[in-house]
Design a protein around this ligand. Structure first.
Ligand code: PMP
Length: 283
């Protein structure tokens, strides 16, 4: 049985308790981060903490977090649960208060929880064979740049995709691809890589930033511009990025095969470079 983290304590998952009045439970008033673990160490931890700070600031969470403390309990969870490869899920909620739409006082204590999951991140089926995607309408709110736990629509979209025999969904607005249910969306046409600008309508992925860096080092041309469903279907290669997927090839979009259903060469080189980059950030 796993050991999890709840407000400063390490407890068996069966003994972990959070109040039913917690604002995460009542209002999805919480933010989260998912940090990958490779070789028993944390990938890109500092950038995850930066984004967590930003999410909390955008939502006016009163209390600040102590980064050093967060690093320590992440490391301890990894070690207690013997995670060599997998993830740490971290959630910070505004805390416990009587149910009311208005925010509670700014000194309300945050609820901080975390747990681990073992997962094969590097050597897995989707990395080798790629994933298939359908496109669906993006019905989310307009602050997708904040990493909140309001994930019901992405959850509906992914379930819909799986019902239709696909692995995941890319969400669209006015014919343009925004992002995946839990990943950023990319296409390659010729020798150019396209990724949508990270504004308020998508999450600025930690992996997205790492891949931009890596691609620049490799002298690949990147254009930060949104692309249509049709452009995606006509792409030479396509892929997703996220902390857990790194770079994972997309081999089919709706009914159109991309790069003859085999992961493309550019995508593969980006995946390898992205993993090397991740290994250089281990903490
Ligand atoms: N977009 C969305 C909607 C996501 O949920 C995620 C994963 N949390 C990402 C993009 C990718 O972000 P990251 O690379 O930081 O995992």
């Amino acid at each position: 049985m796993r050991t999890v983290y709840v407000n400063g304590e390490f407890v068996l998952e069966k003994d972990a308790k959070v109040s039913i009045f917690d604002r995460a439970f009542l209002f999805a008033d919480a933010v989260y981060e998912v940090t990958s673990v490779l070789n028993g160490k944390l990938v890109d931890f500092d950038n995850h903490m930066k984004r967590l700070h930003r999410s909390m600031k955008e939502l006016n969470f009163g209390t600040k977090i102590k980064e050093k403390e967060f690093l320590e309990f992440h490391r301890k969870l990894v070690s207690l649960n013997k995670i060599n490869e997998g993830i740490v899920y971290l959630q910070v909620s505004r805390g416990v208060a009587e149910r009311d739409f208005a925010f509670p006082p700014s000194d309300t204590e945050l609820t901080i929880t975390a747990f681990t999951q073992k997962k094969k991140l590097i050597d897995n089926k989707t990395a080798k064979e790629g994933i298939t995607i359908i496109t669906v309408d993006d019905l989310r709110w307009k602050r997708c740049d904040i990493k909140t736990i309001q994930l019901l629509y992405p959850s509906i979209a992914k379930t819909e995709a799986m019902k239709k025999g696909a692995d995941d969904a890319w969400m669209t607005q006015n014919g343009y691809i925004m992002e995946g249910t839990s990943n950023n969306a990319w296409i390659i046409k010729g020798k150019t890589i396209y990724t949508r600008e990270a504004d308020n309508l998508i999450l600025s992925g930690i992996t997205r930033r790492a891949v931009i860096e890596v691609a620049m080092k490799l002298n690949y041309k990147i254009i930060h511009k949104q692309f249509t469903v049709q452009e995606a279907e006509n792409a030479d290669e396509a892929f997703i990025t996220s902390a857990t997927a790194f770079v994972t090839p997309v081999v089919k979009i709706n009914n159109t095969r991309i790069s003859k259903e085999k992961p493309g060469i550019f995508t593969q080189s980006l995946r390898e470079a992205c993993i090397q980059q991740a290994l250089a950030t281990l903490k």
